[in-house]
Design a protein around this ligand. Sequence first.
Ligand code: PEP
Length: 245
Amino acid sequence: MKPIIAANWKMNLALEDARELSSGIESVAQINSDIEVIIAPPSCFLTEVGSRLNGAALSAQTISEFESGAYTGEVSAKMIKSCNAKFTLLGHSERRHVFFETNQMIKEKLEQCKRYQITPILCVGETLEERNAGQLKTVIANQLDVVAQYDEIFYIAYEPVWAIGTGETATPEMADKAHQFIKNIIGEGIPILYGGSVNSGNIDGLLTMPNIDGALVGGASLKLDEFTKMIEIAAQIERVSNEKV
Ligand code: PEP
């Protein structure tokens, strides 16, 4: 599988910045076609960003659990599909902790993904309190329960909550151990990205671990030069590993 580098812009940028950044990332994605590049802009920029992408793929940051109707402010799977989104993040820790998204809601969103052929990137990860209480495996297994019966393609992003936007990152060994645990539950062949303060200085160590298939990048994906470096580092690692086989 190609290494995957995904950008989560969260609730940042204005339209002109989104245009500029997506055009820049698209150029880098075209040159580095051995990397799967994904951009998740705010939903109001999906069409504009999507119209600039060809080498990179478009993702939403979330979708509604409802199909359509009187749900003011919500964005449906059908809507993002009509904007040419191929992916959506689901269960990002900010959705779980700030907007109280539950496993039940995520299951319903997965149904919408299935109906509209959107590939979900399911985010899982423990808080610091949970890790310190020895609950990492229980928490992750519980969050993964939503895909136990899901028979379509999906990706996983392991994002320890304590590492998101904090500048703290799991060591490559810590992240790889969690990825191995996830792989034991969901099986081989499903991409597992690592997320949590990934930047051009630490991505190399993470991507060279055997169970880490890519990165989901928040803050550092808002800077073109920084995100470009990360794609180039991933491409370099991929070239070296292809030369070895
Ligand atoms: C994220 O938003 O998924 C994320 C990992 O953010 P950051 O890279 O800023 O920690």
